[in-house]
Design a protein around this ligand. Structure first.
Ligand SMILES: [Zn+2]
Length: 171
C-alpha cells in the first residue's frame, strides 16, 4: 500500500492519516479539513519541520546573550571596584581577570555570533514561509515576533543605556 499516493490525505496539524475518514475533522487533533480542497490536507505524511523553531530561538537568544554579557561585565567591574566603573578611568582588561574574561567573551560572541544570527534570520524567512504554507498562522507569527522582540529590546536598552553598561566604550 502506497500511503503517499494521490488518494492519501494526512492532517496538516499532526500528520494523522485521513484518507478513509468520512468526517471533516481530524480525530487526532480536531483540525478541520475538506476532501474537495487539497490545501486543507497534506498528500504526504511529513510532519511539520522543527528546525524553524530552533533557528528562531537562536536568532532571538543572540541579543539577549549580548545584553547579559554587557550587564555581566559591568556588574563584575562594579563589584571589583566597589563603585560604578568609569570608562575614562577604568579599562575592563585592567580591573581583574574575571572582568577581562567576560569582556573578551562578549567580543567573541558579538563578532563570531553575528554572521550566524544574520544567516539564522535568512533561514528563518524560509521557515516562516513553510509555516504560512502549512497554514500554521500562530507559529508563523511567533517565529517573527520572538526574534523581533528581543532584537528591539537589545537596541532600546543599549541605545538608552540607563545603567551605563557601555562605559567600556567611553575612552
Ligand atoms: Zn490532526
Amino acid at each position: 500500500m502506497n500511503e503517499d499516493g494521490p488518494e492519501s490525505r494526512f492532517c496538516l496539524g499532526c500528520a494523522y492519516p485521513l484518507a478513509h475518514l468520512r468526517g471533516r475533522r481530524c480525530p487526532e487533533c480536531g483540525r478541520a479539513f475538506d476532501t474537495d480542497d487539497p490545501s486543507t490536507y497534506s498528500a504526504t505524511r511529513r510532519l511539520r519541520p522543527r528546525w524553524p523553531t530552533c533557528v528562531a530561538l537562536w536568532v532571538a537568544a543572540y541579543p539577549l546573550l549580548i545584553l547579559v554579557l554587557f550587564y555581566g561585565t559591568w556588574w563584575l567591574a562594579w563589584s571589583a571596584l566597589g563603585r560604578r566603573p568609569n570608562g575614562s578611568i577604568h579599562d575592563p582588561n585592567h580591573i581583574n581577570t574575571t572582568v577581562e574574561a567576560f569582556w573578551e567573551l562578549l567580543g567573541c560572541i558579538v563578532v563570531l555570533g553575528f554572521p550566524f544570527a544574520v544567516l539564522g534570520g535568512l533561514a528563518l524567512l524560509s521557515g516562516i514561509a513553510l509555516e504560512v504554507q502549512g497554514r500554521r498562522w500562530l507559529r508563523a507569527v511567533l517565529l517573527i515576533a520572538l526574534p523581533v522582540a528581543t532584537w528591539i529590546a537589545m537596541v532600546v536598552v543599549l541605545w538608552n543605556d540607563p545603567h551605563n553598561v557601555l562605559w567600556v566604550f567611553d575612552m
